[in-house]
Design a binder for this molecule. Structure first.
Ligand code: IPE
Ligand code: IPE
Ligand code: MG
Length: 247
């Protein structure tokens, strides 16, 4: 019997996997613990999945860590999440270096507390030369924020005469999103059984394959990750064409 890992076809790896890491609170509640313990356990999953992705040779892994709407959670939870982010980034930078992982962020970092923002900027600089996996953390991110920001920035360029309406095409839009330079995700995974996108990468997910699992993020294992990739590899991606055309 081949292991799950052996069943993954190296020639058909998704170049970019995006994950909506959901279910930390429910996992904690199930153990009779406070929500923050779910977030702490979730960090361990981030560690494991990042290592697995780097080892497989995935080029980009984008993790939805904190949404624009998550700012509306109770202050204690937001504060606990920010503290956890700061502690984790300091603790995990050596892991990123050991695995040749480059850190990137997307989202409105200006809303993060100063110490958190500084930690991320430092880690991004420290890992900038790494040539393996690019780990993209979505922090204070939402698609509607990003698309609004894109429109504002394009309008500013147009006002300065550096862009004209006729020159704006799909590649212009992509270039003014916070994901500029990052290829679109091939596979989106959402844990915890929720069947929605929650304001994540609406433009970029246009042709992604979607994979939903009931597993809660703190219990999502490397084997579960392999299972999602194998499922992806059995899909036929047609991009609007017929099956005959793509075969
Ligand atoms: C995902 O888990 C982590 C973040 C959104 C920060 P949740 O905290 O949303 O956990 P549930 O969905 O309430 O179980
Ligand atoms: C999406 O999870 C955001 C992140 C995983 C960071 P939520 O738990 O915030 O999403 P909803 O509220 O269930 O849609
Ligand atoms: Mg949730």
């Amino acid at each position: 019997m081949q292991s799950l890992k052996q069943q993954i076809a190296q020639a058909n790896l998704p170049k970019h996997i995006a994950i909506i890491m959901d279910g930390n609170g429910r996992w904690a509640k199930r153990q009779g613990l406070a929500r923050v313990f779910g977030h702490k356990q979730g960090v361990q999953t981030v560690h494991n999945i990042t290592e697995a992705a780097a080892e497989l040779g995935i080029r980009y892994l984008t993790l939805y860590a904190f949404s624009t709407e998550n700012w509306n959670r109770p202050k204690e939870e937001v504060d606990a999440l920010m503290t956890l982010l700061v502690d984790t980034i300091a603790l995990e930078t050596p892991t990123l270096m050991n695995n040749n992982v480059r850190l990137l962020t997307i989202g409105d970092l200006s809303r993060l507390p100063e110490n958190a923002r500084r930690k991320f900027i430092d880690c991004i600089a420290q890992t900038a030369g790494n040539t393996g996996l690019s780990l993209v953390l979505a922090l204070s991110y939402s698609s509607r924020w990003e698309i609004t920001d894109m429109a504002r920035r394009i309008a500013r360029e147009a006002a300065k005469g550096r862009l004209t309406a006729e020159n704006i095409d799909e590649s212009t839009v992509s270039a003014y999103l916070t994901t500029a330079g990052i290829p679109d995700p091939d596979l989106l995974i959402r844990t915890s059984g929720e069947l929605r996108i929650s304001n994540f990468l609406l433009w970029q997910l246009a042709y992604a394959e979607l994979y939903f699992t009931d597993r809660l993020w703190p219990e999502f294992s490397v084997e579960d990750f392999y299972t999602a990739i194998i499922d992806y590899q059995h899909r036929e991606r047609r991009f609007g064409k017929t099956s005959e055309q793509v075969n």
